[in-house]
Design a binder for this molecule. Sequence first.
Ligand code: GTP
Ligand code: MG
Length: 466
Amino acid sequence: MKDFLCEDTIAAIGTPIGKGAIGIVRISGKEALSILRSMFRRKSGEKVEKFEERRMHYGVVVDRHGEPIDYVLAVYMKAPKSFTGEDVVEIHSHGGIVVVRKILREVLSRGARLAEPGEFTMRAFLNGKIDLTQAEAINQLIEAKSELSAKVALKQLEGALSNRIREIRDFLLETKAYIEAAVDFPEEEIEIIESGRVRERLLKAAKRIEELLKTYREGMLIKEGIKVAIAGRPNVGKSSLLNTLLQEERAIVTEIPGTTRDVIEETITFKGLPLRLIDTAGIREAEDRVERIGIERSLEKLKEADVVLFLIDGSKGFTEEDEKILSQVRKRDNLILVINKKDLGLKFRCKETWKLGIEKCVEISAKTGEGIDRLAELITEMVMLEPEAVLGGNEVVITSERHRELLEKARESIEKAIKTIEEGIESPEFLSLDIDDALKALGEIVGEVTTEDMYDIIFSRFCIGK
Ligand SMILES: Nc1nc2c(ncn2[C@@H]2O[C@H](COP(=O)(O)OP(=O)(O)OP(=O)(O)O)[C@@H](O)[C@H]2O)c(=O)[nH]1
Ligand SMILES: [Mg+2]
């Protein structure tokens, strides 16, 4: 971890740099209040000696020559009742770039130092105001690209994940106590452990961890969005479908086959869930070199996608070229057959898809919009995600690779312990060591066990001011 001293006072602009109604400079540390006092005046020009806690004070901030910078609202939050757990001051000024920067410069010249990215949040963590999962949740909430992702982050911020982890840790600690009791009473030791109780408890802990791990895929889809590739032969209406879903003329549509050359990616939200739509070049034996490169990219995107919309022109039926493309697609379990141009009359219908080994099918018209809602439903069904359940339920969802890795580690250690019991115990101490490893991994998730690289992994990803 970077060696940050919580001794000094830090400051940063907390709002985005740009034009806005309000801009906020945030100060945290011992000097926060004295810095405010030195530069804040009432409208009448008097200094304010006593700032009431948690109350907005209206006045003017001045530079070192006493020249006014802006009329502001300032608030003082006394330690430890603040975000960072230290004395915190916020100066709310008008949101112009010049004004906010000038106030920050003034604050810095009076003894504060510019905060590193994420340093406010890190201080909140170091001062025990939040744990590590909560600190991470703040970043996720700020970065959230969809309602669902924000919801999951908020739950984590409220401590849902930490609570779940603590429950498992407590349970393991109790289990360890059983083992240690056995060590203290050696004549009964093996009997106690082999009685099955410890094994049962370890199995239960492993199962709880497994349940959390299972939510990771869902968590990633919520956070990163579902990658939906639109593929098919030229001219079937892939770009038209993209435009209809986006409700915008994003991609060029013409009656000329081979219109789309490059991959186009745009995101929409469906029931609070981000769908990353990827329009690709129509797949065929192309002469043109540029088109050929485009087709190669299409095939790549198909492999990466969570869901593939395999589009055909239903007014032409299921053609030989369609057949040929389908034969190139090995993985079919994430495929939805989309029969387009329904408005022209269909020669191939969904009821015939069983012949193709595809389970999901929908008939649409990219032109009139018919069937588009059903298509969106099918996409979320395909990844087995029920947005309503996540939005409404109490589910804890893992959305971080760091959490996943540590949970895996904990599970492995527990499994090792279970194996030791099953193979016959020679020394209960070894069991305890495995459980300690599991406890350590779980402790790292919430930040009770700290590691060297924690700053780089977590806080440095924040922007300055958070
Ligand atoms: N009637 C009707 N025409 C459609 C429909 N969808 C697309 N089209 C027409 O089909 C033609 C091809 O549409 P595109 O969206 O460019 O097809 P594409 O699959 O992206 O084609 P490439 O980019 O060449 O691979 C255009 O003339 C569209 O107007 C539909 O649902 N009904
Ligand atoms: Mg196209």
